[in-house]
Design a protein around this ligand. Structure first.
Ligand SMILES: Nc1nc2c(ncn2[C@@H]2O[C@H](COP(=O)(O)OP(=O)(O)OP(=O)(O)O)[C@@H](O)[C@H]2O)c(=O)[nH]1
Length: 498
């Protein structure tokens, strides 16, 4: 039986019911095809995003409360305003479930801390904003504080009712005092500020910067000329997220303001307040310390996140050389395989297991001549090769056979090395071997012999990835490379093109 629906709502209702009944649905157009084909996302949208700019802002601290306890018997009661809560941090967490940076927002703000209230109630701590990033994310700092990594320390619980220490009048120490005053509430959170004292149950250390710009203090930056300030100064590789579960704070929450309990304790300590019940004294206190009750703003930072795959072996080759097929033959990975170029749009990872060793293999999207000038899929993927220990050049023996438009394997090899070197000098300088793929094709044997004559210095493995022929020998070759038993490298001098 056919159903006819003109109203889209009733169409949906009918669609729902349709799954329960054997009836066939016909849309208002009365076409023969009952359902429309889902639209595929355009190619641009499916591309891997492996570089993203991120603006992070920690939550502002909550304000301290200025209140006095009053009752029928006590007209001018004691101070009872609680401290404001600390703002939340913006945290990046390394997760193996995330493939690329496409799900990352450009602006990330953590929640602000709650305000303190009367009866000495401390404001709630602002929620942290935890953002998942892929394994192998590298951070470059454009603006703001250096990120801090979170190291789990002793899990001894803190007393949440610990009374905050009094305020120091020294403005330099004041900040530290304010941080310490949050110790009681900190125990509820897994992460907190980097400058907590060692008695804390979590110790957070600053990252050692690896780039040339490291060590430049804030004051040094301020001294720079105006022109320099206008230019974007990036500190490269300030931190790396390489292990699942690793966390890093990129923007700290602001400290909560002091409630008048903490303020008046300090006042008494320094002789400013003689009698807490004295109204004039309370007014003086109000004037001098009102600024201290305001929570400090959360820190801000601008970062560039860059994804670099981490693998032991990188499969490098021209499009259609058979890299994905080879990855499937070497490991249990099931990458997309197609007879057209650029089937692989993002690096695929596979695990190659030996009895005593496990090796990660990355299938890097195809490179073409001019990739470093952003031709083909561009040079975005060349950065993944930086994070591989050894290289396997996958060459298509059949690319130039039978009048096909491809180039012979030795030219493929030369172009690949040139692309790597154009992108980053020395990128090809790592232990390597050659996979001569598609040996099953007619005429490929002769091309293979020619390849052996023209290329020296590294091992060449004839392979048919589709039929998994020669894969066992290749596995042994890769194992020797990863172990360090074979450290042969390939240079342009080893290739005879003409
Ligand atoms: N005859 C033959 N064909 C192969 C062999 N290996 C792969 N192919 C075919 O070559 C085509 C390309 O294979 P892919 O594995 O997608 O190649 P790729 O290098 O990953 O391609 P990109 O994704 O464009 O980088 C497919 O049609 C495969 O079936 C082989 O050993 N012999």
């Amino acid at each position: 039986m056919w159903l006819r629906c003109k109203n889209p709502r009733s169409y949906l209702e009918t669609l729902k019911n349709c799954s329960k009944s054997p009836w066939i649905l016909q849309t208002s157009g009365f076409s023969d095809t009952p359902f429309k084909k889902p639209k595929l996302a355009p190619l641009q949208e499916r591309r891997m995003i492996d570089r993203r700019r991120l603006c992070a802002k920690g939550g502002d601290g909550g304000n301290g409360c200025f209140s006095f306890h009053r009752s029928r018997h006590m007209r001018h009661g004691k101070s009872d305003g609680g401290n404001g809560g600390k703002g939340g941090d913006v945290i990046l967490e390394c997760s193996p479930t995330v493939w690329d940076l496409s799900s990352l927002q450009h602006h990330i703000n953590a929640k602000r801390g709650g305000h303190g209230t009367s009866k000495n109630k401390i404001g709630s701590r602002g929620d942290d904003k935890v953002v998942l990033v892929p394994v192998g994310t590298v951070l470059h700092l454009v603006e703001g504080e250096m990120p801090t990594i979170v190291e789990k320390g002793s899990s001894a619980p803190l007393n949440p009712w610990e009374i905050p220490p009094t305020l120091e009048t020294d403005p330099k120490e004041m900040n530290i005092s304010k941080v310490s005053s949050n110790k009681g509430r900190k125990s509820t959170s897994s992460v907190d500020l980097g400058y907590f004292d060692s008695s804390n149950n979590e110790k957070i250390s600053s990252f050692e910067a690896k780039g040339p710009g490291n060590g430049v203090s804030e004051s040094d930056k301020m001294e720079g000329s105006e022109q320099e300030e206008e230019e974007e100064h990036i500190e490269y590789n300030v931190a790396e997220l390489t292990e699942p579960g690793q966390r890093i704070i990129v923007a700290h929450g602001g400290e909560g303001g002091l409630g008048n309990v903490s303020v008046s304790q300090s006042y008494k300590k320094h002789g400013g307040l003689v009698n807490a019940d004295d109204t004039n004294a309370q007014e003086d206190e109000n004037d001098d310390t009102s600024s201290l009750t305001i929570g400090s703003p959360g820190s801000e930072s601008v970062l560039v996140l860059e994804l670099k795959s981490i693998a032991d072996v990188g499969l490098v080759g021209m499009p259609n050389a058979g890299k994905s097929t080879l990855l499937g033959a070497l490991s249990k990975a099931q990458p997309r395989i197609g007879h057209y170029a650029f089937t692989t749009l993002r690096p695929n990872l596979g695990n190659l297991t030996y009895d005593d060793l496990s090796v990660t293999v990355a299938d890097i999207p195809g490179l073409i001549k001019g990739a470093h000038e952003n031709r083909g899929l561009g040079h975005a993927f060349l950065r993944h090769i930086e994070r591989t220990r050894v290289l396997a050049y996958v060459l298509d023996l059949a690319a130039a056979l039978d009048g096909r438009k491809g180039v012979p394997p030795w030219e493929q090899l030369r172009d690949l090395i040139l692309e790597l070197e154009f992108y980053n000098e020395g990128l090809s300088d790592r232990p390597a071997l050659i996979v001569a793929n598609k040996i099953d094709e007619a005429g490929a044997e002769e091309v293979y012999d020619e390849l052996r004559r023209r290329v020296c210095g590294v091992n060449i493995f004839p392979v048919c990835a589709v039929l998994e022929e020669g894969v066992g020998e290749l596995k042994d070759g890769l194992r020797m490379l990863v172990n360090g038993e074979d450290s042969n490298r390939l240079t342009l001098d080893d290739i005879d093109v003409d």
